[in-house]
Design a protein around this ligand. Structure first.
Ligand code: C2O
Ligand code: CU
Length: 662
């Protein structure tokens, strides 16, 4: 709404000036009144936005409104009376100021809009100087054009009305023009020059900076997993070969994909708590290179699979061995982190499920791991074998492990039975209540475990309101009932379950009142920024794009807090590697249900999330938007532990070629 009102103000002020120039005094006066009203409306919309937080209005309050307000006020106070006078005496002509001042207000409004869309938060001196000089320059140029004595046009008398020929006024005006031009040029040049000032390389979040005394410290290359399982555990070895392949989808359609072992999804990796997972990754013919990132799994940093940060990318013909202990129980997934905006979409992903020790997956239980992925615009949810229909005797304990492997959120609805969301992002909730007729919004990268007892009637898992597709479960004695047009009730109107109010509170190691050792603000937006060394209209964090976003510096043991504000018009599923974060609040409302530990939280337009975590996993960790194209367009930074260094380098993007890639 604010953008719309801002646009209207550009239009109203410009039209005022233009009609005055066209000597339509009466119309100009009416438009002037409209411009004033729209500007006042703008103050209201900005005030409303300010209620969401300073990050949403900073440039508007410090620059845009003052710039517009000053020009608008001058237009009202100086041009207004002249337009009034011109209306009373139409033959006297319209003075130049009545044209120049409203147009200047129009430039101011336009510049403000440009600042919001191109630069955003935080407002910098550079932006302010450039915007101010453009508006000032525009005003001077307009004055010059409007006031130039041209014999044959109506402008001649406009000029003479303001400063009669032959008086010293003319040269004074010339002097003002020259001086103004010099100021404008100086401000503009300074603003552009400031663009090239290097940014701080690190943000300390209010904590101490790099300790210089810590010597060489640890290298991520040495932060590797253990070589053996926990006592009683087993070693689970997998070989994953990245290769292009033609794969048949559950729908029967064949697609050219990038795969692990020629399968879509890649081989499911499963383990029991305490096992050692050992995965050898080979690359046959993925020219961009590949890695394996264990999404949501808090592996030692050297196993994290971030190319250019924790390892070299694995090029065709090369290999890398990952080893880590299956200490976290739950539903996770893995994917390439190299050119991931392409690789994951084309198929370089798979599931990772770790079950508790001592639990036998067997009779009386149906446990389905269900990654959702979009191929050629069609969302597919199926188990590893591509099956979308299952049977289970009534009374069976069913667990559906939903995994969103896409870059956008998906909506799920479970029709036909009440259920519980027992785990989010692999971590169990505390006493989750039974829900029915609720929509579930699963952020990009996120997981939900849904649990219910199989009823003696069919159950449907509806994906994105497509009631014909999705997954079907039926009790044994309903053989044949599914697939023969069992109508699924319309779930599209079901309200969305709010996980911040779901389940029961429980003890947490820290909360919103705990004093954080570091506090980082992450303001997400679109804007013009350097992304991988090139200017781009990118996805930005605090006005910058990867890799020019300062690293976040933490020390081991710190309690770290993030404030994540989304100024843009798209959702940003925020994802920190290596640590789950505890949700503290959303838009100022504290999380009031079960403690919610997640690795991805969806920050929707206009939202502000507060989350915290304990820095207990030393390393250099990617911290990014899990809308992977957004990450590629700049929305990615690093969280670095003091004393940890990396021997790997690269821009962590697809364009850098081998050894440099995201
Ligand atoms: Cu699932 Cu950095 O990613
Ligand atoms: Cu994003």
């Amino acid at each position: 709404m604010d953008h719309v009102v801002a646009l209207l103000s550009v239009a109203a002020w410009s039209a005022t000036g233009a009609t005055a120039a066209a000597r339509r005094g009466r119309l100009a006066l009416g438009l002037l009144a409209a411009a004033v009203l729209v500007t006042l409306a703008r103050v209201t919309t900005v005030a409303l936005l300010a209620g969401r937080g300073w990050w949403f209005v900073q440039e508007k309050l410090l620059l845009n409104l003052p710039m517009l307000g000053a020009a608008g006020l001058a237009a009202v106070l100086i041009a207004g009376p002249r337009l009034l006078a011109a209306r009373r005496a139409p033959d006297a002509g319209i003075p130049a100021s009545a044209v120049v001042l409203p147009l200047t207000a129009g430039y101011g409004a336009l510049a403000g809009l440009a600042v919001t869309f191109l630069a955003g938060y935080p407002l910098t001196w550079s932006t302010a100087l450039i915007a101010g000089s453009l508006v000032g320059g525009g005003a001077l140029l307009t004055a010059r054009v409007v006031a130039a004595p041209v014999d044959t046009t109506g402008y001649a008398d406009i000029a003479s009305a303001q400063a009669p020929h032959g008086t010293p006024g003319f040269s004074r005006r010339r002097f003002i023009g020259l001086a103004g031009g010099a100021v404008v040029a100086g401000a503009g040049t300074t603003g552009v020059g400031l663009l090239f000032l290097p940014a701080d390389s690190a943000d300390t979040g209010g904590g101490p900076g790099w300790s210089s005394s810590s010597g060489p410290g640890a290298s991520v290359a040495d932060l590797r997993g253990p070589g053996a399982p926990a006592p009683g555990g087993t070693r689970r070895q997998y070989l994953l070969t990245a290769q292009t392949a033609t794969v048949r989808l559950p729908s029967g359609r064949e697609i050219k994909a990038w795969t692990y072992n020629g399968q879509l999804p890649g081989p499911p990796i499963t383990a029991t708590e305490g096992d050692l997972i050992e995965v050898t990754l080979r690359n046959t013919d993925i020219d961009d290179g590949v890695t394996l990132h264990w999404h949501g799994y808090d592996v030692p940093c050297g196993e994290d699979g971030a190319p250019g940060v924790t390892q070299h990318v694995v090029a065709p013909g090369e290999a890398f061995v990952y080893r880590f202990r299956a200490d976290q129980v739950g539903t996770y997934w893995y994917h390439t982190h190299q050119a991931s905006h392409l690789g994951v979409r084309r198929g370089l992903y798979g599931t990772l499920v770790v079950t508790p020790r001592g639990q036998q997956a067997s009779t009386g239980r149906l446990d389905l791991t269900l990654p959702v992925h979009t191929f050629d615009g069609i969302g597919v949810i199926a188990d590893q074998d591509g099956r979308t229909e299952h049977t289970a005797p009534a009374g069976t304990d069913v667990r559906l492990r939903l995994i969103n492997t896409d870059s956008v959120p998906h909506r799920f609805a479970l029709a036909g039975t009440p259920f519980r969301v027992t785990a989010v992002d692999g971590r169990d909730l505390n006493r989750p209540g039974e829900v029915s007729e609720a929509g579930l919004r699963l952020p990009a990268g996120g997981r939900y475990d849904l649990v219910f007892a199989m009823p003696d009637t069919p159950v449907a898992l509806v994906l994105d309101n497509d009631h014909a597709g999705g997954l079907r479960l039926r009790p044994d004695d309903h053989a044949g009932a599914v697939g023969e047009g069992t109508a699924v009730e319309d779930t599209s109107g079901w309200p969305e379950l709010d996980l911040l109010r779901y389940g029961t509170p429980a003890a947490v190691p820290f909360d919103a009142d705990s004093r954080a050792d570091r506090h980082f603000t992450i303001v997400l937006d679109r804007g013009v920024a350097m992304v991988d060394g090139r200017p781009a209209y990118g996805q930005t964090v605090n006005g910058r794009g990867h890799p020019s976003i300062p690293d976040q510096l933490v020390a081991e043991g710190d309690l770290v807090r993030f404030t994540v504000a989304n100024r843009s018009l798209e959702s940003h599923p925020w994802h920190l590697h290596g640590h789950p974060v505890l949700i503290l609040s959303r838009n100022g409302t504290p999380s009031s249900g079960s403690p919610l530990w997640v690795d991805t939280f969806d920050v929707r337009p206009g939202e502000v999330w507060e989350v915290a975590f304990r820095a207990t996993n030393p390393g250099i960790w990617m911290n990014h938007c899990h809308n992977l194209p957004h990450a590629h367009q700049g929305m990615m930074l690093r969280l670095c532990y003091d004393g940890v260094s990396t021997p790997f380098q690269g821009s962590h993007t697809a364009r850098g070629g081998r050894g440099h890639g995201h």
